[in-house]
Design a protein around this ligand. Sequence first.
Ligand code: UDP
Length: 239
Amino acid sequence: MNFEKLEQLYEGKAKRVYATQDPEVVIVSYKDDATAFNGLKKGTITGKGAINNRMTNNLMRRLEEKGVPTHYIQELSDRETAVKKVAIVPLEVIIRNISAGSFSKRYGVEEGIVFEAPTIEFSYKNDDLGDPLLNDYHALALKLATAGEIELIKKYAFAVNELLKVFMKEIGIDLVDFKLEFGKTADGTIVLADEISPDTCRLWDETTHEKLDKDRFRRDLGGAEEAYEEVMRRLMGEQ
Ligand code: UDP
């Protein structure tokens, strides 16, 4: 299909969104800009936009094949993809398999504890409030989603975890944790949206435990570009 890129609808921290001639389709364009700590830290990871675009599309296509509905329609170029236009449910859905990041900080535990079962948490997607943590009852009270939608989102998030763990293990990576966002299409269907990339997942090499994700940028470890390229190379079998 031929999607025409029309006016810009939105610019976020890592992506721009454009209208197309089809009111139910938008084009997402990935940037190399990197931010952390709610936008306080800013920088660039050269090549990140293309990697995150292609990696997200690869994973979304495979998730869709396994029965998880997604917003993915068609990759248009290295950085651009046509996706279904959705209203984003203002919840960040975080699944964890291994302790790290804010979990370790909040509960005062070391990073690297392998959980017996994955955990799920929600935060309210609101930059002004710093994305505060909330539970299902809070989400319902704030009318961020219906009870049925929250149940469906949890079911899809755990299903994505099981599949992503396998996809990552195949390329020698432990899936530590990740963030998902869901959207609602014009007809009210809940689909997986946003991205799945080293920006939104913690990915550790299964043998060396080297961090192959945005923590290299967040924590000034160096080698962020190389880490993103390494994940891409393993996933797609190319540079
Ligand atoms: N995450 C994200 N966007 C956010 C917050 C978290 O993509 O706004 C991802 C993050 O990359 C990690 C997971 O969600 O893979 C869990 O993040 P955590 O809550 O530990 O927060 P952080 O330590 O990154 O602030």
